[in-house]
Design a protein around this ligand. Sequence first.
Ligand code: UDP
Length: 327
Amino acid sequence: MKVLVCGGAGYIGSNMTDMLTKSGHQPVVFDNLSKGHKTAVKNAEFVRGDLADYNLLVETFRKHKIEAVMHFAALIEAGESVELPLKYYHNNFCNTRNLLTAMEDAGVEKFVFSSTAAVYGIPQDIPIVEGTRKLAINPYGESKWAVERMCQFQRATGKLRYAALRYFNAAGAGAGSTLGEDHSPETHLIPLIIQAAMGKRADIKIFGTDYPTDDGTCVRDYIHIQDLCSAHLLALARLDDETELVYNLGNGTGYSVRQVIDVVKAVSGKDFSVVETDRRPGDPPVLTADASKVIGELGWKTQFPQLETIVETAWKWHNENPDGYPD
Ligand code: UDP
């Protein structure tokens, strides 16, 4: 299938592009390179473009005979979204509305959307099932939920077939540890701890030690990037038969910030300084997935569920690419 991968030069998008190519699909990457890396795009056509550019989107759909869209192009920092809510609504909601408009006008129906566990806010029951109430506590989660709602309504018109995949914490490096995580600035826990282990930063800071968890730090469900991407392939195939798919993507196992630090210390064999600081705004205490729906309905199987393995792939990539991607 010819698939437009919006945000295909980013961390998750580049891994998805690689997997699409290896599975016999023909991905076309559409990315404005505001966050992504051109060098992370391998074996795929590349269009430099912005989702605000309606004309370029329609032209790209027609020129490449695009049959489906996977959409990873979004701002992803919960903390930043609290400071800059309008930026998040603009990028994550308005630009996706533009993308869906261009899809409708070009007659492209299939859409796989990167959603997030942040749509749930602070859920009462853990692990989280998909039907849990959506009460996001930050503009990031709310902007993603607004897109899901838009997809629900657009699907009801008969012009959209969509999958909303709610990611827990994507981590690790894919494609034999050749496609890693390189954000600028980096805000994600595992790459930051690895930078501390490599001596590239003075310490790792723990944001909050007074959460209602066993050790007082936030608990998250880390999912290997390749496992995350394999669920997208299954969802894309299922859109032949279904018009609406909504799934959590996680391993179901929670690790606290302190536990993740300990795993990186064990995998790397390095010690480094750990500094306890205040909470980061917008962080729910615990997010772990009940992923039984995607396992049961799509037959999703994870290959790398162990946090140690996830961290090993990330550690390998960061050591082989100490300065990240060259661009
Ligand atoms: N975190 C931390 N120190 C850091 C970065 C993150 O303690 O330098 C915590 C953060 O508060 C959250 C968890 O690690 O509880 C995961 O954060 P990340 O930004 O990686 O992902 P998120 O869960 O926000 O999507």
